[in-house]
Write a protein that binds this ligand. Structure first.
Ligand SMILES: N[C@@H](CCC(=O)N[C@@H](CS)C(=O)NCC(=O)O)C(=O)O
Length: 188
């Protein structure tokens, strides 16, 4: 049994979504960032964290990678070229999409003109992502960790008022969000 630390409407949802895809048992402590519980499991006070077998693991992408490796699903095996390609996709999404959303959320009110720049950069990144999406999922016919990351960021962008997706990405996001595991994570 896993315990997820973090409120659903944050990056915590990524971890819950993957746990649902894996059919793993978990409970949730819906703590906010910098709360006493968050600080107990992460010195940075950030969420999410995952408790597994007495270990407090942190960072949504590190946790998803851990879970996918541990269960041997939603990832190419570690130490394969396919995995290097998958990790490169994950890291590109962090560099160009998650970082853009986070920088905007954190600094837009303090830095004039930042929001417009972040919106432009997001739109450029989505154009690149749309071109990179050549199959049902980002890495081919199988869903992997970067799909959860990408779909989560797209939902975050929509709720933060970022520019709309093109039709191809809209369809991808619709398919991702129609997955029973996504619905179950939202309603957990
Ligand atoms: N790279 C980390 C970022 C975690 C993060 O910044 N989470 C936000 C909530 S979605 C948070 O805890 N913010 C509070 C803070 O930075 O103090 C991850 O993916 O888990």
């Amino acid at each position: 049994m896993y315990t997820v630390i973090g409120a659903t409407k944050t990056r915590t949802l990524r971890v819950m979504w993957l746990l649902e895809e894996l059919g793993a048992d978990y409970d949730q402590e819906p703590a906010g960032p910098q709360s006493e519980i968050a600080l107990k499991h992460n010195v940075l006070g950030k969420i999410p964290a995952l408790i597994d077998d007495g270990h407090s693991l942190t960072d949504s992408v590190a946790i998803m990678t851990y879970l996918a490796d541990k269960h041997g699903r939603f990832t190419a095996p570690a130490g394969t070229p396919q995995r290097a390609h998958q990790d490169a996709m994950t890291l590109w999404l962090i560099d160009e999409v998650d970082a853009t959303l986070w920088t905007n959320a954190r600094h837009k009110d303090a830095v004039p003109g930042l929001e417009a720049r972040m919106h432009d950069h997001f739109a450029q990144s989505m154009q690149i992502l749309s071109n990179r999406l050549q199959s049902s999922f980002l890495m081919g016919d199988e869903m992997t960790v970067p799909d959860i990351l990408a779909a989560h960021c797209m939902g975050w962008a929509a709720s933060a008022g970022f520019p709309p997706l093109d039709d191809k990405l809209k369809d991808y996001l619709k398919r991702m969000r129609a997955r029973p595991a996504f619905r179950a994570a939202l309603n957990h």
